[in-house]
Write a protein that binds this ligand. Structure first.
Ligand SMILES: Nc1ncnc2c1ncn2[C@@H]1O[C@H](COP(=O)(O)OP(=O)(O)OP(=O)(O)O)[C@@H](O)[C@H]1O
Length: 256
């Protein structure tokens, strides 16, 4: 039976979640429209990663409901429609002996051993996504020789190769220098506007983010705000709380 598609990529209804007896999410509801570019912001420990894990079906729901493209997450099977790039992708073992082309190809099969079965169409697809992230020049370089920002682009290409409609990025710019961060956002804009990929970006980097995203969601256990970027920026209390808090957190991370 075909399930009717909705205009929402994700529907989250009344989600609450606890680790032990610690409430991490309280009654969170959020709809993410197809084609939007959502910035998900919140201080450390505010539940952002937990929410992403619930969306990806990595941890089971305790209460409430999540639908992906109209289908409940527990029943959802078409995971190739969703790409995920985590912050952890940044700390790639620099000795790992695989080229950019090979790492991106893994997004097709998940197994290096299957690389030799790539047909002409697959190889072209791999080259296309490498071009989309601006890494053509580095196609045959070892991943370990690249900067953090370049590696992150490669991981995005790996997520793109299964042609997802939704891409979730968890703090992708941590450890990336500010010039590369700008280019990184330009690339995301392109994926969103030209390729029509719905994007969810979890970030502490609220300054640059608001120049690019279409919508903002502020999470601090409960959802404090969800709306378009102009409304977020127009709300002084909100943008200074999240902006300020996020700033402090960044400093803590830097060990100041
Ligand atoms: N596996 C776990 N077991 C127990 N507690 C956890 C677990 N994962 C996260 N927590 C706790 O749940 C709370 C929310 O964590 P979560 O990682 O979702 O927040 P976050 O907003 O992503 O934080 P950060 O910005 O620091 O990554 C935190 O207090 C964290 O310590």
């Amino acid at each position: 039976m075909n399930i009717p598609e909705t205009n929402d990529a994700i529907q989250i209804k009344n989600i609450s979640f606890q680790y032990g007896n610690q409430n991490v999410l309280e009654n969170v509801s959020l709809q993410i429209k197809k084609g939007s570019f959502l910035g998900l912001v919140g201080p450390n420990g505010s539940g952002k990663s937990t929410l992403i894990k619930l969306i990806l079906g990595l941890i089971p729901l305790q209460s409430g409901e999540i639908k992906l493209f109209g289908e409940r997450v527990s029943k959802f099977k078409k995971w190739e429609r969703i790409g995920f790039v985590s912050q952890k992708a940044n700390s790639f073992n620099s000795g790992f002996p695989a080229t950019v082309f090979e790492v991106v190809s893994m997004g097709l099969y998940g197994k290096v051993g299957l690389l030799r079965f790539l047909n002409r169409k697959h190889k072209q697809l791999v080259r296309d996504v490498i071009e989309q992230v601006g890494m053509t020049k580095y196609m045959h370089k070892n991943i370990g020789e690249l900067s953090g920002g370049q590696q992150q682009r490669v991981f995005i290409a790996r997520a793109l190769v299964s042609e997802p409609e939704l891409l979730i990025l968890d703090e992708p710019t941590v450890g990336v220098d500010s010039a590369s961060v700008r280019q990184f956002y330009d690339m995301l804009d392109q994926l969103n506007k030209e390729k029509k990929i719905t994007l969810i970006l979890v970030t502490h980097d609220i300054g640059v983010m608001t120049d690019h995203v279409t919508d903002v969601a502020c999470l601090n256990k409960t959802l404090h705000f969800h709306g378009n970027t102009a409304d977020f920026e127009g709300n002084q209390d909100l943008s200074s709380f999240y902006g300020h808090d996020v700033h402090l957190v960044t400093h803590n991370h830097g060990g100041h």
